[in-house]
Design a binder for this molecule. Structure first.
Ligand SMILES: [Zn+2]
Length: 59
């Protein structure tokens, strides 16, 4: 579970956009560029190289 205060201080490392919690998938989505960051052990992984890009479906 990611709390709202944490979301408020997080920003996308790529574009500095706001982050939204995507609850069904438990990922953090940048509202500006659409990158999705994983959450591991309740720690948001805010790294560009860990992010899924919008045009890159699956792996
Ligand atoms: Zn972004």
């Amino acid at each position: 579970m990611i709390d709202r205060e944490l979301l408020d201080i997080l920003a996308c490392p790529v574009c500095k956009g706001n982050i939204r919690h995507d609850a069904p998938e438990d990922k953090l989505t940048c509202v500006s560029c659409g990158r999705r960051y994983p959450i591991r052990e309740n720690i948001p992984i805010m790294l560009e190289e860990e992010a899924e890009t919008p045009g890159n479906s699956g792996r």
